[in-house]
Design a protein around this ligand. Structure first.
Ligand code: ZN
Length: 241
């Protein structure tokens, strides 16, 4: 399918996008980190109960992500956004690893926040800071003096950039879900919303979810996306069937 002039795309990506970059998902294997379930370290309650544990969890994830490199799937999405512009290609991700940005994306809506930021635990409007290494336990908000917490959207918290995401879905012609379960929130809702608006919906996932998709490409993201993007841009590629 070649994209028609002016068509707008929304791409929602999840853990499957970064798998080939070696980012562990904590959903694989036993899903545990040091005997803790993800739900025990990724909540505001966990932060209140044991901030050292939560900080250590995100420090470890940040240090793992530090040396990770974008894979061909990130690169294909970034190429698409550069070719068509950020008004036509909205990149939404549930990933917190920053690999789309590292690959050179113009703009990414990171719904679940970022490993590369910390913010005031009391007020989200206070300054957000970038962080590249481990988080100092004593770091405080420069405005109110409250402790800084990872800039991650925890279970039970409102995703970031919801207005922008909603707006993009309302005007998209193609919705692509990559490496995220199309049956659970938010991908399931996004696909339904895009389809209700008349958009074509496509899923890239080695284990298709059975969600509301018109087309399913049952391959890993790093295999499927370079070809899909070449096809959309009307390029011939020796790598693609
Ligand atoms: Zn503050």
């Amino acid at each position: 399918m070649r994209l028609i002039d002016g068509q707008r795309l929304v791409v929602l990506s999840g853990a499957g996008l970064s798998k080939a970059s070696g980012i562990p998902t904590f959903r694989d294997a036993d899903g545990l980190w040091e005997q803790h379930r993800l739900e025990e370290v990724a909540t505001p309650q966990a932060w209140r109960r044991d901030p050292d544990l939560v900080r250590r969890f995100y420090d470890e994830r940040r240090m793992n992500a530090l040396s990770a490199l974008p894979n061909p799937a990130h690169e294909a999405l970034v190429r698409l956004q550069h070719a068509l512009g950020r008004r036509r290609v909205t990149l939404i991700t549930q990933n917190v690893d920053g690999l789309l940005e590292k690959a050179g994306a113009i703009e990414v809506l990171a719904m679940h926040g970022s490993l590369w930021g910390v913010r005031c635990e009391r007020d989200e409007a206070h300054p957000h800071l970038q962080i590249a290494g481990v988080q100092s336990p004593g770091a405080r908000c420069s405005v109110c003096g409250a402790p800084l917490r990872p800039d991650i959207v925890w279970f039970g918290e409102q995703p970031q950039a919801v207005d922008r995401v909603t707006e993009a879905l309302e005007r998209c012609d193609v919705f692509l879900s990559v490496g995220t379960s199309g049956l659970v929130y938010p991908a399931a809702g996004f696909a339904l919303a895009a389809r209700a608006r008349g958009a074509v919906t496509i899923e890239v996932n080695p284990e298709p979810s059975g969600g509301a998709f018109d087309e399913v490409i049952a391959k890993p993201a790093e295999e499927a996306l370079p070809c899909l993007v070449a096809d959309w841009l009307g390029e011939a590629s020796a790598l693609c069937p």
